[in-house]
Structures are given as C-alpha cells and as structure tokens.
Design a protein around this ligand. Structure first.
Ligand code: PEP
Ligand code: MG
Length: 581
C-alpha cells in the first residue's frame, strides 16, 4: 500500500534522460576520506611511491573488471575505460611522486592535493567541457584514495531496483554500477547534460534529473518519488490522483515503446510511398552498437569533437583511423558521415591551443579552427581517408560560411589524398565531401555550395542561433530561440531549392530533425533526408509513415512570410495529427 501521508512537493531540475520512473528515495552518502596530513620520513619516500603505483595497478584492474563484467555494452564501457588515460597520465604521475619526494607527503595526501588542484583548475574555467574533465578526475582520484584507504565504494544493500538513489554528483563509474544493479532512475544535486556520466546515463536508458538542488532537507529515505525525465520534474509523495496519472503514463509509454520498436523492420516511406532517408546522429563511438540495431540508413552526423571529450589530448591518426574504420565496417554499405572537428565555441577548445576568446561562437570555431591548426586537420583527414577504404565514408565540414571556405578545406583534403597516394596507402578516391549549412551566409549562398559540394546538411541548432542572434545555451534568452521562426524557415527553404536545382543530396541533422512536431513541417518543405538522435529514431519513423501528399499540398500553399504565430498555428493545429502517434 502506498504511503500518502506526507505532503506532495513538485521540484524542477534538468532532465538528463527522458522517461518516467516511480520508486522510493534512497540517499547515497559519498564517503569523505579522512587523511592524515603529517609528513613522512625521507626513507619512506620510495615506499609511498610504490604504494601509489600499487593503487594505480588496483584501479586499473577494477576498470578492467568493470569492462568485462558489467551488463553495459562495449560502446558504453569505453567511457569508463577512458579513465585509464587519466590513471596512466605521466604528468600526473610525476606531480604526485614529486609531491611525495619533495614535500614528504603520504601518497594519499599527494593524490588528494594533486587531484584537487587539477579539479579546481578545470572548474575555475567555468566552461562546461572542463567541468566534465573535473568530474572524470574526481572519479579517478576517489578510486585511488578508496584503494589506499581500504574503502570500498559499494552501493548499499537496500538499493533494489524499486529505489531511486539520490547523489550529490554522479560519476561514470557510479552510472556503470547502477546499471549493473538494474536501477531505473537516479537524481543528482549537481550535473550537466553533456557530462560523461550523463552520456552514459542516456546510453544505458536510465531516467535521470540533475540540478534539483540539495534534496537532503526535502526528501526522506523511502519517500515515494515520481521521476519525470520527459519534463525534468520530480514529484515527492504524490497525492493519489497524481500517482494514478503517472502510473497510467508509465503504462502508455511502455506500450508506445513496444509499438515503436516493431517499426524496425518497416521501411521509412510516407503513407503514399515516398522514401525518406533516415540517418542517425552519433556523438561517441560507444553508441555504434545501438545505432546498428536501429536498422537506419546510415550515420548522417558523427560529431567527432566528442572523441576529445573522454581524453586530455586529441586522438592520434592511428587512434582516429581505428574508430572511423570500425564505424565504416559496421555501417557498410550505408554511409558514415564524419564531420571534421567542430572545436571552439562552447565545445572543447583544447587546453593551451587557444587563448580565451571574447565571443567564442563568433571566433575560431569549426572549420576555422581546423584551418588555423593544419596539423590537427591534416591528421584527421588522413585518418578518415584511410578508413574510407573500409566502407562508405563521407566527410562533412562544419561552420562553412561560403564556397571559398569550403574550397580552402578541400584544398587541404586534396593534399592529404596526394600524400596518401604517394605513400601507397589505399583510400576511396571518390569519397564525397559535404558542407554543413548552419550559418545564414551559407544558406544565402546555397546555390554555389550546392554546386561545389557532393552533399549538404542543415545544422538547425546553429542556424537558429546565428540567424536570430541568440545563444543556444543561454537560458536567459531561450524565448528568442525559435526554431520555426519565418527567417529560419526561409533560409531552410532557400537551401532546399538550391540543393534541388543542382541535384545535391540534402539532409537536416540539427535537433529539429529529431523533434516530432517539426517532422511534418520539414518534410512538407521538401526535406527528404533526416539525421536524428537515436533515441527518437522510431518516433520519427512513425511520423514519416503518417505523412502524405496532402501535407505536401498544404505546405506548398502556405504563406511562410507571415508571423511566428501563423507558423505556430500551422504546426500545432493543422499538422498536429501527423506527429501525434
Ligand atoms: C547544428 O548546429 O545543428 C549541428 C548539428 O551541429 P552541432 O549541434 O554539433 O553544433
Ligand atoms: Mg552546429
């Protein structure tokens, strides 16, 4: 019998993954290491350094154990495995051992101080990508300290699959443990959507909400919780009516999920038989297995800069080659569209390569960054070209402003081809080159780009940001971030017309292509290729299958020069029956 004595409370946070889960709260206490700070004797220095080395070996074995024994798939485990890079970082080893030797610190103190210094350095940069690094370092540092202090970070026995564990902050290794324990949802006081822990959470299908403040005073162990990941809402001790509503919603979602999965075998055709190509977007190679299970038409966007996310340095040519080759082989004969690094902006400016920029979104971002760092660009292009011998690989350049920009990138690409040719290395000499249309100038010059490129892809996320001059990550101005704004749609239409004129394949790979209410609009405007977020893949397919010639007729008559309200009326009224599934 459900306990409804306590008062119902609703809180809002940031959804880390969609879905609904109903369960009982369980606060998870994180162990704070109490460490003796007295000095060691000089003759004990070697002993402390070898304790540090032993701890590294133990944590390395733990990581191997997690990799081999966890129920999460290989694709997800690479994130945990990336902690090995930190564990075996020679600079970090030298920092800790120097502190032991010169400051006569215990290994535990040296580890705690060095990791804290690195974590604080990353956090002080207040850039999300560095906050991710901070969390990774904290995770590895804690593991080392746990080993040295004999503390085992096991989950409490009372944590069953009916529970919703509550953490101050999540780590990737903890997400792995939760997955093993078959936990369906968790809450964390801190966290960001793009952290490794969050990426793993989505890959594993756990429902999660972060940033809902300190729950210690509000939630008691065993309180009944509704975790609404769709809305980023937490309901504590729901009343009977609310609980009934969510119990039904959980059942409906499960039925919908089962129904959508049945669409795997069916073709992505509109109800009157037009083929709509459905690609998947991929962020980290670990998602590959899930994507191969979708039965999609290929990968329309591989955000390669995410490769940098799980490590401290950019991957070498051979490392990149292995990743791209694996993807090409697994997806063949369907295409894998590899977007060259879109570094800069809010994304992962490599430490030490760029000074801080006042306007990073208008700065050395995307293709500009690659053109300014020939060595990085050259390494990546060589790796992609080598992988092209193993499947259907395409190359796409981000943040192209015009055809000259594209040609400059192509020039370097040609040079890489010549180089590989003279080295006798095999590659696909007719590999396709494409440009992203995500800056208004590129859309306005879509004719010349459509003529010069083998394919185009509209990145609506940035196209909206740059057309409406609204920072895509700034909540204060989110009301101006109107993806269906007539100015944005006009640029999309112009690009569609240019692509059609030169028979250049065109896809949409920004978030609009994954949002149900925009699918009929995009198809009605003439888009025939969508590259979608894997978790929305079957929903998008179901909507495609409902679209028909009436939709195309309706949109061909529609006056897009009207107001935002006119377009909203179209989307939320006239087109609603297409995306309601
Ligand atoms: C886009 O801008 O729409 C896009 C797909 O690129 P990203 O979101 O990686 O900037
Ligand atoms: Mg973009």
């Amino acid at each position: 019998m459900v306990d409804l004595v306590n008062k119902m409370i609703r809180l809002t946070g940031n959804s880390i993954n969609n879905g609904l889960f109903i369960g009982r709260a369980l606060h998870i206490e994180v162990h704070e290491h109490s460490i003796e700070r007295n000095s060691i004797f000089p003759e004990d220095v070697d002993k402390e350094i070898s304790r540090f080395l032993d701890a590294i070996a133990v944590v390395d074995t733990e990581i191997s154990y997690d990799i081999n024994n966890t129920r999460i798939s290989d694709r997800d485990l690479d994130i945990i495995a990336s902690h090995r890079d930190i564990l075996h970082d020679p600079e970090l080893f030298s920092m800790v051992s120097t502190a032991i030797r010169e400051k006569l610190q215990h290994a535990t103190v040296a580890i705690q101080d060095c990791f804290t210094a690195i974590v604080e350095k990353f956090e002080a940069l207040s850039v999300e990508s560095f906050a991710l690094r901070a969390a990774d370092y904290r995770d590895v540092g804690t593991r080392l300290l746990n080993t040295l202090t004999g503390f085992s970070e096991t989950l409490p026995e009372s944590l069953g699959s009916d529970k919703v564990p509550i953490f101050a902050e999540m780590t990737p290794s903890m997400v792995g443990r939760l997955a093993n324990a078959k936990i369906g949802a968790y809450l964390s006081s801190k966290g960001s959507y793009n952290s490794h822990a969050s990426i793993l959470t989505r890959a594993l299908g756990l429902v999660a909400i972060a940033n809902i403040g300190n729950l210690k005073d509000v939630v008691q162990n065993d309180d009944l919780l509704i975790v609404d990941g769709d809305e980023g809402k937490l309901i504590i001790n729901p009343d009977e009516e609310t609980l009934d509503y969510y119990v039904q919603k959980v059942q409906v979602e499960e039925l919908l999920r089962q129904r959508l999965e049945k669409l795997k075998a069916s073709a992505s055709l509109t109800s009157d038989g037009q083929k709509i190509t459905l690609y998947a977007n991929i962020g980290i190679p670990e998602e590959l297995e899930g994507i191969t299970n979708l039965g999609c038409d290929g990968i329309g966007l591989f955000r390669t800069e995410f490769l940098y996310l799980s490590r401290q340095t950019l991957p070498s040519e051979d490392e990149q080659y292995e990743i791209y080759r694996l993807m090409a082989e697994r997806m063949a004969p369907t295409p894998v569209t590899i977007r060259t690094f879109d570094l800069g902006g809010d994304k992962l400016a490599p430490l030490g390569l760029e000074g801080a920029e006042e306007n990073p979104y208008l700065g050395n971002r995307g293709i500009r960054f690659s053109l300014a760092h020939h060595d990085i660009f050259h390494t990546q292009l060589r790796a992609i070209l080598r992988a092209s011998a193993h499947g259907n690989v395409r190359i796409m350049f981000p943040m192209i402003i015009d055809v000259e920009d594209f040609n400059e990138a192509k020039h370097i690409f040609n040079h890489c081809q010549e180089e590989l040719y003279s080295e006798g290395v095999s590659f696909n000499s007719s590999i396709e080159l494409g440009a992203m249309i995500e800056i208004p100038s590129a859309a306005l010059e879509a004719d010349s780009l459509a003529k010069a490129c083998d394919f185009l892809s509209i990145g609506t996320n940035d196209l909206v940001q740059y057309t409406l001059a609204v920072d895509r990550n700034n909540d204060n101005v989110s009301r101006y971030y109107i993806q269906h704004h007539p100015a944005v749609l006009s640029l999309i239409r112009q690009t569609i017309l240019s692509a059609a004129k030169f028979k250049t394949p065109l896809s949409v790979c920004g978030e609009m292509a994954s949002l149900p209410h925009y699918i009929p609009l995009l198809l009605g405007l003439g888009v025939r290729e969508l590259s979608v977020n894997p978790s929305n893949y079957f929903t998008v397919k179901a909507i495609v299958q409902k679209c028909d010639h009436e939709l195309f007729q309706l949109l061909s008559r529609f006056d897009f020069s009207g107001s935002v309200q006119d377009i909203e009326e179209l989307i939320y009224k006239d087109l609603k029956h297409y995306y309601q599934i």
